[in-house]
Design a protein around this ligand. Sequence first.
Ligand SMILES: [Zn+2]
Length: 499
Amino acid sequence: MRSIRSGICSQSIHGQSVRGFRSAGIATGTLLFFAALLVSGAAPEKHLSVYSSAANYSLPIVQRQAHEYVGLLELLEPLGRVSAKTDSPRWRLHYNNVLGEFTVGKSHARIQGRDADIAGKFVMENGRGLVPVACLGSLLPRFLGGPATLHEESGRLFIGSIATHFTAAVSPDDPSRLVFHFTAPVNPSVATEPGKLRLTFNREPVISPASPTLTFGSKTIPSATYFESNGGAEITVTTTLPLMASFSPDGRTITLAPPNAQPAATGAAGPGPAATGSSAATPSSNAAAAQSPTASPSASTPRRYFAIVDASHGGDDRGEALSPTLAEKDVTVAFARSLRRELENRGISTLVLRDSDANLSLDERAFFANTTHAAVYVAFHAASNGHGVRLYTALLPYGSEENRGPFRSWPTAQQASIPLSQAAAASVAAELRKEQIGVRTLTAPLRPLNNVVTAAIAVEVAPSASDISQLTSPDYQQLVASGVANGIVAIRAQLGAAP
Ligand SMILES: [Zn+2]
């Protein structure tokens, strides 16, 4: 279990470990599904963004009976221990020690034996209980024992006191410089167009100032407006000059100023990957980093594979004990081999990285993935908790400035590929849903994803029902593998076009 400290299993979004990351000043989960859809150019589906101290994540919102609904189990799962039992038309959900009882077609539920109005009829589909989004603000506190704030219009849900506040003010000695202070680190994408600069927060629980319109009494930067929609928040700054954004190393301060007025001390990180618009907003150093070769050793490899499939754990590292007799390391190999079959059937050359019970370090796995110049890296994990599939992409530390210049640093090698990794995760998620497999997409500071230079995702498979033996069923393995393979095939051209 030596390498498990860096593996997905110990960094599960459940429980304490992610809280540890947060207090360590590293970002919590991100709303990548929304972001990835933007990257892939598809029309964004409606999503509910959930912000909590345990994880930030997003869930699809579905329309049922002219109301917006969301899966309750999927919503609660990252926050604690959940299990559900179907006894049609009844559905019983346990969250930690709280029991919720729902009945199909009824707009009242019982939580710990007490009546609760759920603002619409309860719906059950494929054993999944769906509740109206509108009831979450009142329903969730009954389960969680603490406050939950719903922004229903914009699809944002805040669990506990999680909001990030901000102030904005023009510098007293330079009216062309606007300084934002945030109460927690943020990492928005930055976009410019004539007369405007836009900061978009898809991952952070940023909330509106007292008034959504701020005026600064500056001729060059007259005002800014705050707006939120479909799970994200946006600040649009009006300006008569082209502005560039620079981020403080702690991620809590953003300074907007004309390019020639950048203070050297703030350590300008430049706009995020979504930056567009005037050349002044895109420092050339970022563009150079995105094009440059990696710092990783480039061993000569005889063959280029399109996909690298990694069976996590192995050898002495058994992974999670899924049952007294079932080790995760054996399940991951079975899924990896199944995915290779499915990909090769679709004409995609595939290498299974650990095709035996070998000990392979995380660095070695990343090294192989990088030196084979694969277009996509997929790591398999297996879990006994939860249902269906959790898809992870990497979450890098804030202020990762090591990647400027010609070399990428090993800890943040993934940085330039994150949009592509998120597009891959969104594509795989869409295909798995077509197979009726429950999916959530999440980010976590996972190795070796962080060290892989190409598109990289981790697929953590749990049984679709509570029967753990399903993980060893060839049918289930093939169902998941074919969904993942279809997702990769769907964005094959995009993956193959990456430098
Ligand atoms: Zn694992």
